[in-house]
Every structure is written in C-alpha cells, then in structure tokens.
Write a protein that binds this ligand. Structure first.
Ligand code: SF4
Length: 728
C-alpha cells in the first residue's frame, strides 16, 4: 500500500552539493523537500556535521531515543559519490541513542548515499513514528518519493537479491541500494543499520554496517523498516567538481601510494581488516576473555593469513564503492549455517571485520567457522557485532565470577570458550526473548544494575558493593560498549576512548598503533596533543563522509621525513587537493580543522544539553587502565614489575603481589586524571570538561542558546548540592 507520494525535480549536484534535504515525518506520513541554507553548509559542511545540526534543532533536553521528535539523520558529504578518489561511498547516521541517551552516530559505506545524492539529496531527516512498518522509496529516475508498506518478510539479508530484483524495475541491480535493520534491532538497543548494495562482479548483494550506538534500534522504533533508492544516472563525474583534472591527479597519486604500500604493510587489500588480528595479538592488544588478556597462542588459528588464503574470495577487487583501490571489503562466498532459524542454509558472509572477529576471541573462542556464523547472524538480525560481543563477554565474566548463575541466564552455561552458549544467547537476544536475553539486549550499563540487584540479594552483599565490582570490568563508557582494543598499556588510547564524545569507539581517536606499536607518542605532552589533533582530523573525515583507512592505515613513504610521521601529512595533501579541486576553494589544513572543531563542539553541546558531557562521563573502567584481578597481573608479572620499578619508581621488596597490583592501579588512575586535565586544557575546556566561552567564540558558536547551555551546566558545579538536571 502507498501511504503518500510526492514528485520532485532533481537538484543537480554542483561542486559536491545538491543543497537539498529530504524530510519524512512518519507520524503524519508527510514528505518535505527543503533547501539547505548557505549558513548550514558553511558551518556544518555535511556528514556528521549535518546530522549533528539536524538532531540538535529537532530535539530538546527531554528527548529520548523513542520520543517521536527524535531525529534519525543521514548525510553524505561533499565528496560522497566521487568516483575518482578512494573512500567516497561513506555516509553518517546520527540520532539520540538508546544506549547513551545523547547524540551518537555511525558511519557506513556502500552505494546507498552516492545514489541518494545522485537522486538530488545531501541529507535525509526522519522524524515521527508509525505503528506499521514502512519503507521510504526514493526514485531518482522518475523524481518521486513514496512511503509504502514494508515487505512481509522480516529476514532481509537472506532475501536481499530478491528485494533488489523487485525494486530495480527496468534498471540495473547495481543502481539500487537500500538500508534496513532486522529483528535484533527491533528487539534490543544494540541495533545497527545494514547498507545493502548489489555487487555486479560477485553477482550478489553485499552489506556494510553502521554498527555503533543503536541507530538501527531507533529506525525500527520509528516503524521504519528501511529506505530504498534507485537511480540509473551515470556515476562518473556526477559530483561535478570545480576542477576535474586536478582532482583526478590527486586521486591517482593516492592510488599509487596504496598500490605501493599496502601489500608490504597491512595487506588490507587481501586480508581486509582481519590483518589486525595478528598485529594486535603480537602486541598484547587483542581482547581475550572480556579484555583480561591481550594475547593468546590460539590466535594463530584465526590469523589474517588464513582468511586471505582459505576464506576470502580474491578474484575481484572489493572496494565498498567505486574508486576505492584499497578494497578492504572482503567476504566469504559460502558458509554453511549450523544454528538458528537458517540452520542448514549456505550463505555469503561479508567480512568478518577485525572488530567482529575480536568480539569472538573476547569470549575465549578461536574458531573461524564460529566467527562467520556470529558475523552473519549479527548482520542478518542487525545487531552491532561490537556491542553485542561486549555484552556477551561481560556476562561470561560475571558468570565466571559467580555474580550470575544458570538460573539467571535461562540455563546457559556462560563459561569461556562455550560457543554453543554464546550463539544461543545471540539468537535469544535477537528474538527479544523475555527475561535474561531481553535484559542483555539493553547493553552493559543496564546490565550492571540488573545483575547487581539479583546478585546482592543472593550473595547477601550490598548492592553498591556488587555494582562497583561489576563496574571494574563492565566495558562501557557513556553507555556505549568499548570497541576491540586492549588499552591497558596505552594511556593515549585510554584517553582516545574516554574523551570520545559518543563513547569508546575508535573512529574518534585510534592512537593504539601510533602509541603502543610505533612508540610515536613517547611523552605525556605528545599524547595530550595527539588527543587534540587526531580527533579533529578524524571528525573531519566524518563531516565530509570519507573513509579514513586510505589515510591512517596506509602511510605515505614521505611521511617519515616529516616532523610528525604519524599524522601522514603527505597524504593529507591529496585530501586538500580533493577539497579545493571539488569546491573551487583555497582551503588549508587549518581551515579544515576549524570546521571540524566547530562540529566537534556542537556534539559536546548536545551532550551537555542532554545532561552528560562533563568530567564524570569521561571516566573509564579500571580494566581499560590496567589489570583488575591478580590473574591478569600475574599473566604479565615481569612486565608489570618492571613498570612499577622504572615508571612508577617504587621499591617492590616486601610487597605482596596484591599490594603491587594495587600500587599499579593507583598509579594508572592518577595518570588518567592528569591526562584529563591536560587534554581539557588543549581542547579549551575548564577542569570539569565544560567548554570555555572563548572556545565557543573562536568557533562561531557563541550564540545565546549555546552559551546558555554551558552556563547552566557550570552552575551545577558551582553549587554541588544542587542536583537539578539541566532543563532547557
Ligand atoms: S578502504 Fe575499505 S571501507 Fe574504506 S572505502 Fe575502501 S573498501 Fe570501503
């Protein structure tokens, strides 16, 4: 059934922009096509910047993930869809998250947003709620938008070729793409959004995921099954840059570096991100048993080399959009499902990515077949492989510690390495099964409270005692689960996770390799400066909707001759060429960083408005800073003893192992606090993490409404007894 439909004349793309917004209100089923103002474009650029502004404007301090006014915003950026440069298929989804109760976003590749832009839109804003599941269809060929009933089948990846065939009309399947979230997104807070496109070389659909923060759960809460786009206009030169030749030259230079460097360095082109498994394991960074350990000899059974040789089909280049020669989107063509509703079916699996594989090692499971099963079902159900994995590993540890029993878990024996229990829990969570599985689907922050209530009564301990114990190893910050790196020995990455505005996700600051592998941040000051600079550059990639991997994971040979090799400035030069050749401008890196900082601060302001965003929300669990229990300490006893002697400067004589562990923990906590003070100063915040007025002024954010937010929050700290929530 068609609920509403409008026709429109397509805004042409000019110098990377269409300057047009598609707005859909699911409550009234109304569709609006609106111009995007020059001011919005100048101040917020695109991608995450547009999502932040749309969410800020459409919501208020009382908005929750399920409020009808919550905005699900989607935006590409000025380079989205450019086929002559690598990494241009990305877009951002942003919303008020069910996990963090404030703005959270996730980026994802594929063909979806390039086709949306080709159809005439720079951004989409979804508001309202529908009782019935609906689909928005963008027909860029005919110039029409419709809201129709969702397809009957709940399972989507399994039937995606069928859906594409149905929607393509007379056009090519390669010119249809859709986004969608499945049953897991509907029944939990951990829902991701699948970005599905037809790969003409492999002759099958591929799916990439916007994993973090529960954007898929918001989508399903709104009654939106998905959005479909089709557009058969030519993609080449569709972004209409100001200087095509200059842009092509920059794209060619970047491709040359990728071709020369990647095969000898990370091998993303043949191993995908599974190359990180070996690298992380050899530096004690691969999460094992809920981040207790960073290394395990069984990691050799799940090495990136095995994926390259035995699992990934290497016949075709695997860029998630045209023009990406780094081509890390690897996949397994045939996997026989052993469990769940599709047991016995043979399916194709996209990935696994490093994060999904490490979510499995974090359960003490080192089995490629299980990694494929876990990844496929998470994608089919639309569950974030990271948050789902961390929820499970947290529950496994709580069970192993005796804080949960099989009575609590519905009979599941959550012991390290128990793959059968892990996959059963996954199926139950996705189905929203009442009781334990439903609680698990609410995330680690919720579970800490739920387990504390039950365990305190059973163990005759106080609730706060149990809660504090759970908080030592419950790997969440701001409500979002940690992504898959052990941070115990990298103070820079501890800050990278703790200060990240949306929670501990490495897309804001991935300093682990620079700090711990390459030892490029040897001093405290270098770490603090990196925690200012890298988040801004990474935010820039998100506001323009570009993939970061060709910059951060492929170091230009000339970078070693620069003052800060880790910044990879010779490659940044190619990006500056892309900017100026597309927009016809003369921008410098400083200009880009300023744009980025403005968007970064707008995110901070939303966090503050929603009642978060201050120092206490930047604290991280002890497990992220160092060993929590004596078994962790003893697994690297010699290393920690050396740290205590040489770094902390304490004598070990006469101290028990437990006392040594405690001294180390106190030191690590103090280092994190010291880092917090220094980074806040670098960022222009006060010691509570609140931006100074002059910081807002410098960024053109000194409007009364923004200044009011920071002043209201400041008042809370001036009167510590007043616990009134910020209510603007
Ligand atoms: S590097 Fe990988 S994720 Fe990034 S655009 Fe290329 S194929 Fe997609």
């Amino acid at each position: 059934m068609i609920h509403s439909t409008v026709t429109y004349s397509k805004s042409p793309v000019e110098r990377g922009y269409t300057d047009t917004l598609l707005e859909v209100d699911l409550s009234s089923k109304k569709i609006f096509i609106k111009p995007i103002s020059e001011e919005m474009r100048r101040l917020y650029v695109g991608g995450r910047g547009y999502c932040l502004k749309l969410v800020y404007d459409g919501t208020n301090a009382a908005t929750r993930y399920d409020s009808p006014e919550n905005v699900l915003a989607l935006a590409g950026g000025p380079f989205c869809g450019e086929t002559a440069f690598a990494g241009t298929g990305k877009f951002i989804l942003g919303t008020i998250s069910p996990l963090t109760n404030t703005f959270c976003d996730s980026n994802v590749g594929g063909h979806f947003f390039p086709l949306v832009k080709l159809s005439g839109f720079d951004a989409i804003s979804i508001t309202g709620k529908s009782e019935k599941d609906l689909v928005v269809v963008i027909d860029g060929d005919k110039g029409g938008i419709s809201i129709i009933d969702a397809p009957k089948q709940e399972y989507t990846l399994f039937s995606s070729e069928e859906l594409v065939d149905q929607w393509k009309d007379a056009g090519s399947p390669g010119n249809v793409a859709f986004i969608n979230a499945g049953t897991g997104a509907k029944n939990t807070f951990l829902g991701c959004v699948n970005s599905v496109y037809y790969d003409v070389r492999r002759k099958r659909c591929r799916a990439k995921q916007a994993g973090r923060g529960g954007t898929g759960s918001v989508m399903r809460e709104k009654g939106l099954w998905g959005i479909v786009v089709k557009c058969n206009s030519p993609k080449s030169n569709a972004n209409r840059p100001a200087d095509r030749d200059r842009l092509r030259a920059a794209g060619k230079n970047l491709r040359k570096v990728i071709k020369h460097v990647d095969p000898k360095a990370m091998s993303l082109g043949t191993q995908g991100t599974t190359c990180l498994i070996d690298m992380m394991n050899s530096f004690h960074l691969l999460p094992v048993n809920n981040y207790q350990y960073g290394i395990d000899e069984r990691a050799q059974d799940v090495s990136g080399c095995i994926f390259e040789e035995k699992i990934f089909e290497q016949r075709h280049p695997d860029g998630c959009f045209m023009g990406c020669s780094l081509a890390c989107t690897k996949g397994c063509e045939q996997h026989l499902l052993k469990t769940g509703p599709f047991a016995g079916e043979t399916v194709s699996v996209d990935g696994p990515e490093y994060e999904s594989a490490a979510a499995v090692t974090n359960l003490g499971i080192f089995d490629i077949d299980f990694m494929l099963e876990y990844t496929w079902y998470c994608d089919e159900y639309a569950l974030d492989t990271i948050s789902t994995g961390v929820v499970m590993s947290f529950l496994f540890e709580a069970y192993e510690q005796g804080l949960l029993t099989s009575e609590d878990t519905g009979g599941l024996e959550l012991t390290w390495g128990n793959a059968e229990a892990a996959i059963a829990l996954l199926h139950r969570m996705a189905a929203g099964q009442c009781g334990f599985a439903r609680e698990a689907g609410r995330g680690v922050r919720h579970l800490k409270n739920w387990i504390a209530d039950r365990a305190a009564a059973r163990l005759a301990r106080t609730r706060s005692e149990v809660y504090e114990e759970l908080s030592l190893f419950g790997m969440e910050c701001k409500g979002l689960e940690f992504s898959m790196y052990i941070t115990k020995e990298s103070l820079a990455q501890q800050g990278g996770y703790g200060f990240a505005l949306k929670g501990p996700q490495h897309d804001e600051a991935w300093l682990i390799a620079i700090d711990q592998l390459n030892k490029e941040l040897p001093t405290f000051e270098r770490k603090a400066r990196a925690l200012q600079w890298f988040p801004l550059v990474r935010t820039w990639f998100n506001i323009v909707g570009l993939c970061k991997l060709p910059w951060i994971d492929v170091r230009h040979p000339e970078a070693k001759n620069t003052k800060y090799p880790a910044r990879n400035l010779p490659t940044i030069e190619y990006y500056l060429e892309l900017v100026n050749a597309t927009l016809g401008t003369q921008k410098t890196l400083d200009d880009l960083l300023l744009e980025s900082e403005r968007c970064y601060l707008l995110h901070k302001l939303i966090n503050l408005r929603q009642g978060f965003g201050t120092r206490e929300h930047d604290s991280i669990p002890l497990r992220a800073m160092g060993p929590v229990f004596i078994n962790e300490y003893n697994s690297r006893k010699h290393y920690y003893e050396t740290c205590l002697k040489e770094e902390v400067g304490v004598a070990l004589d006469g101290k028990s192992d437990q006392k040594r562990l405690q001294t180390l923990q106190d030191y690590r906590r103090s280092q994190y606090e010291k880092l917090t003070d220094t980074v806040y100063e670098e960022k222009g915040y006060d010691r509570n993490g609140i931006p100074l007025d002059e910081t807002l002024q410098r960024l053109d954010l000194d409007k009364p409404e923004y200044l009011d937010i920071v002043r209201m929050v400041r008042t809370r700290y001036e009167k510590p007894s007043d616990e009134t929530a910020v209510n603007l």
